[in-house]
Design a protein around this ligand. Structure first.
Ligand code: MG
Length: 436
């Protein structure tokens, strides 16, 4: 189970048409871009994960990965999480690496991750998640197209210049599409990015007025109506709003931050995305806390096909998945399954607004190596000899030997303790979920 090789790629998959993400107003997205990691164990099991990036800004991450992760057991999630936390001290948010270890644990056990977490095979219900702010005519046609494809729930993006335009948009859309379609709205105010075009910033007053109108339009929820760290305003808004408030999708991290949000009552629906909230073990614990608090869980999934897969696995294990819908990112003609999931041998294709949980082990997808060759640029490869050589070059032979020996001793001691727990009948999954 020891990690013996790490590869990083910067992947750029062209979109068939320009996509206008609501979360970066003015940006015309032409590619699905992300950083891909592959961990390979000594016995040859591969685990993948990915995080969305603007460019090759994670190129320098390779310098950290080898020193921190090589030689660690891929199934020793507490140790992996500790290494990930340590890498974060130096300014990198790298919780997205952890799901690659679950891919390995699942493949070693020949089970999908949701089964390791207690879930059963079956189908999940989806909602179509649009990605762009649109005018009302376009929106009405768009919702009709999704309904035609079998969806009964669609999430819109709304943040025009004025409140009046936003209210008109939802009222008209509701009137035109009828009462049978579940409609929700994402205001994308949680982590507003105004690097290209400016975008309206909602305050408590505007958010409250919008939520009242959302009640009149019978919306199922309003997502991210305020900044992600405006906890007190979010809690005030939630108390005043006739419709459920959701959030906590992307830049809110870890059990501690979600604990604060739950305590303050910021949201009715929490949307932790395991790519960003610290990985699968952390998110599973967050889901349990959401349940204990009597709140709802509905993950953010909008990154790429691999990010979707990671959250699909968690959602597949969620005890209440039958009653809920999972976010299915879809905004043709730009954001479509072939480009969204462009690195996977089989894209996540819905059928009538439903998706069968994958039965393949691990995270449930196979990376298409030809597509990776075509769209990916390898940034870094870490193996023990390469890292050792680099350390000798940077620090001299004597210091490299000392570092290597100390580190090997630390890993050997931890592995001995971990293997004793396994021998005692505790599984790697139980160790992963009980350690935080
Ligand atoms: Mg959102």
């Amino acid at each position: 189970m020891k990690i013996s090789r790490i590869d990083l790629w910067y992947v750029r998959i062209p979109l068939p048409d320009v996509f206008l993400p609501a979360w970066i107003p003015g940006y015309r997205q032409k590619e699905n871009r992300f950083t891909l990691v592959r961990l390979v164990t000594q016995d040859g099991i591969e685990g993948y994960s990915a995080v969305q990036t603007m460019g090759a800004e994670l190129e320098g991450l390779g310098g950290l990965l080898g020193s921190y992760l090589l030689g660690e057991r891929a199934d020793d999630i507490p140790s992996i999480r500790q290494r990930i936390r340590e890498m974060g001290y130096l300014g990198w948010r790298v919780g997205w690496l952890e799901p690659a270890c679950w891919d390995i644990i699942g493949k070693a056990a020949d089970k999908p991750v949701y089964e390791l977490l207690g879930g059963m095979p079956g189908a999940v219900k989806l909602y179509a998640s649009t990605g762009s702010v649109r005018n009302t005519d376009y929106r009405v046609d768009e919702v009709a197209a999704r309904v035609e494809e079998g969806f009964d729930a669609v999430k819109l993006r709304v943040h025009a210049e004025t409140l009046r335009e936003d209210v008109e948009h939802i009222m008209t859309t509701r009137r035109e599409v009828g009462d049978d379609v579940v409609l929700a709205v994402d205001a994308n105010q949680g982590w507003r990015v105004a690097v290209i075009a400016d975008a309206p910033r909602w305050d408590l007053e505007r958010a409250t007025a919008f939520c009242r109108a959302a009640g009149d339009a019978a919306l199922a929820w309003v997502e991210e109506p305020l900044a992600m760290d405006g906890y007190d305003d979010l809690a005030t808004l939630r108390r005043a709003s006739p419709v459920p408030i959701s959030g906590g999708e992307l830049n809110n991290q870890g059990l501690s931050e979600f604990g604060v949000m739950l305590e303050k009552g910021c949201f009715d629906i929490y949307q932790p995305d395991a790519v960003f909230t610290g990985g699968i073990a952390a998110t599973w614990r967050i889901i349990q806390r959401i349940e204990e608090a009597g709140s709802q869980y509905s993950p953010h999934t909008w990154t790429n096909g691999i990010g979707f897969a990671i959250n699909l696995q968690l959602f597949g294990a969620y005890a209440k998945r039958e009653e809920k819908r999972l976010e299915y990112p879809l905004d043709p003609p730009g954001w479509v399954p072939d480009a969204r999931d462009g690195l996977l041998e089989e894209p996540w294709l819905h059928s009538n607004g439903r998706l069968e949980l994958p039965t393949a082990p691990g995270l449930g997808f196979t990376v298409d190596q030809k597509a990776l060759h075509r769209f990916g640029k390898r940034l870094f490869t870490a193996t023990q000899p390469r890292v050792a050589w680099r350390t000798v070059r940077d620090r001299g032979l004597a210091e490299a030997r000392r570092l290597g020996r100390t580190r090997s001793n630390r890993i050997a001691a931890r592995n001995e303790a971990f293997e004793a727990e396994l021998a005692g009948g505790t599984t790697a999954v139980e160790i992963a979920l009980s350690s935080w």
